[in-house]
Design a protein around this ligand. Structure first.
Ligand code: SF4
Length: 241
């Protein structure tokens, strides 16, 4: 059984084409800018079997066209990576395009097995510097880099997602370091910049959790464009979402 937070149909932002979006419940980190704190608790959510989900996805298949499919997001999908292997295997049997939207903070044999069945991985690089990674997520891990290296080695396509948060992820030095690190990656299809926004604020109030981004405003258009240019010094497909 998979613990599901929510489902959206006809998504257009989480991977290529039109997508069925499966948001799994549970997350292993606490990003300061998270706009979905309601997905954090591990073990909550609604139970869905692999069969239930495959059935729902198949109903949408006619809308997927050449590029679309399913994107599994969260929360953090790798929390349920063992169960997800079965889902991705079943979807591949039905020739459905599978994308995994992940913070990449768990790298073990089950992650490796799951990645075999992911046609595309949307990999967050929260911060290239371990000290800042901890400030942004609450923990330090080299797993995202290991996942990127693994994807490159096994010839599996991936995108990087980079959340631009003023005062945390906007320093020129680290943006250039990130871009340079990935410059020779052939399997990296694009890097997406996600400008920080404050849309999740009310959810924190409802849950009675202190809002960690008090006083932080979304980056200006100028700052977003500057970041894009910095990434473009080393990478060619850089987009703002
Ligand atoms: S990994 Fe995603 S769900 Fe988890 S805290 Fe960060 S932004 Fe929120």
């Amino acid at each position: 059984m998979l613990k599901v937070h929510s489902i959206e149909t006809l998504g257009t932002q989480e991977g290529p084409g039109i997508r069925f979006l499966l948001f799994l419940q549970g997350c292993n980190v606490r990003c300061i800018y998270c706009h979905n704190p309601d997905t954090w608790v591990i073990g909550a959510g609604k139970d869905y079997s692999v069969k239930d989900i495959v059935k729902l996805v198949e109903k949408q298949k006619e809308y997927f066209g050449d590029e679309g499919g399913i994107t599994v997001s969260g929360g953090e999908p790798l929390v349920q990576r063992k169960e997800l292997i079965g889902l991705f295997k079943a979807l591949k049997k039905k020739k459905i395009h599978t994308a995994l939207d992940t913070n990449g903070m768990i790298f073990d044999e089950f992650t490796v097995e799951l990645l075999k069945y992911a046609d595309l991985t949307l990999l967050d690089i929260k911060h290239i510097d371990p000290v800042w990674q901890k400030k942004v997520t609450g923990m330090t891990s080299d797993a995202p880099i290991k996942i990127a290296e693994h994807l490159e080695k096994t010839g599996k396509k991936f995108w990087i997602r980079y959340v631009l948060v003023p005062g945390y992820t906007d320093k020129e030095e680290f943006i250039l370091k990130t871009a340079e690190f990935f410059k020779d990656y052939k399997c990296l299809e694009r890097l997406e910049i996600l400008p920080f926004h404050t849309l999740g604020k009310e959810k924190y109030e409802k849950l009675g959790i202190d809002y960690p981004c008090k006083g932080i405003s979304p980056p200006s258009e100028k700052a977003v464009q500057k970041t894009k240019k910095l990434f473009e010094r080393y990478l060619k497909d850089v987009y703002v979402r």
